[in-house]
Design a protein around this ligand. Structure first.
Ligand SMILES: Cc1ncc(COP(=O)(O)O)c(C=O)c1O
Length: 327
């Protein structure tokens, strides 16, 4: 069932089947194409709706989630919004545990969707809008405590296979279908690494010569084996300086790309102005990385990226304030 050709039973079935758009204005004059999957058109305005649905439905099938049981998860806001939607429709109370460093639009949106939002203070010295791995550890501790207190189901996005499976079964297959399988590379900014893991697995199965690149913030490229010099970057949703991401399979990684905050921000602004696409920091990072590929080793090829979430989630930040400094 696609989401546009019939009446759907609920918003949960409206998740996925997002359009794929050629960024022809942004790549004008360049040798190659960038195809962008508009994940910000999901009901919760991000790709994470997909994993929320997959994780909850797998837990229902496995009996890990009982009817009416509370669901809890640590979130930078997008997984929580997806879970809030799925839990609202399916009747599970949901508690979202989030760092105070993430933008407040997210907390408000989750509350509006019926979630209980628990905000965790950042480490001393951390700044709002810049969530580090250390900040995330504090959120993890708070999450574990709440899960125990409430006898809840933990929709653990860093560990549960439903995360990568959502992208393996759906995001990647939609892309293969939409392109007729005719593309050469994929690059993705990693948070949990679930999107990369699921898409790379499906792409390699379809055609082992499709090259898959992990994208990290400059100064926090631990997966590429570099030292962390800027843990408090502004590219929300990933780049947490976590050396081991349980869902990632190293054999699927063909290379690592680094994107500065300034590149991510400038590219998000170009997406808005030139392509009419209003997306967030990490979407800017993905497109900036794809532009690097077209200028470098993947000249002449077609690169696929995900546009992870909506620019609306960053109205309170300086992403759209073109007078603000980018570094
Ligand atoms: C805005 C945004 N971009 C990128 C990511 C990273 O995606 P993944 O966890 O699949 O690596 C996330 C994850 O929460 C996100 O919210």
């Amino acid at each position: 069932m696609t989401r546009t050709d019939k009446v759907l039973p609920s918003a949960v079935e409206a998740i996925g089947n997002t359009p794929l758009v050629d960024l022809a204005r942004l790549t004008s004059g360049m040798d190659g194409r960038i195809l962008a999957k508009m994940e910000y058109l999901n009901p919760g305005l991000s790709k994470k709706d997909r994993i929320a649905r997959q994780i909850i439905e797998e837990a229902e099938v496995e009996g890990a989630l009982r009817p009416g049981q509370t669901v809890v998860e640590l979130t930078s806001g997008n997984t929580g919004t997806g879970l809030a939607i799925v839990c609202a429709v399916k009747g599970y109370p949901f508690v979202a545990v989030m760092s105070r460093g993430n933008s407040m639009e997210r907390a408000r949106m989750m509350s509006a969707l019926g979630a209980e939002v628990v905000l965790v203070d950042q480490m001393p010295g951390s700044k709002p809008g810049q969530v580090s791995g250390g900040d995330l550890e504090l959120v993890e501790v708070a999450t574990q405590k709440i899960v125990l207190q409430r006898g809840a189901f933990r929709a653990d996005q860093f560990r549960l296979q439903g995360n990568q499976r959502a992208h393996y079964l759906h995001t990647a297959r939609e892309i293969i279908h939409q392109t007729g399988g005719l593309f050469h590379a994929f690059c993705d900014f990693a948070g949990t690494g679930g999107s990369f893991a699921g898409c790379a697995a499906a792409f390699k199965e379809h055609n082992p010569s499709i090259r898959c690149f992990l994208v990290e913030p400059k100064g926090a490229a631990v997966l590429a084996g570099e030292e962390v010099t800027n843990p408090n970057h502004r590219i929300q949703g990933g780049g947490y300086s976590m050396v081991a991401l349980p869902l990632l399979r190293p054999e699927h990684v063909d290379g690592y790309l680094k994107v500065s905050e300034a590149e991510a921000i400038l590219t998000a602004r170009r997406l808005a102005k030139q392509e009419g696409i209003f997306a967030g920091f990490s979407s800017g990072a993905n497109v900036a990385a794809a532009l690097q590929l077209l200028k470098g080793g993947c000249r002449g090829s077609t690169v696929v990226v995900l546009l992870c979430d909506s620019g609306l989630k960053y109205l309170s930040t300086d992403l759209w304030d073109s007078s603000s400094p980018q570094q």
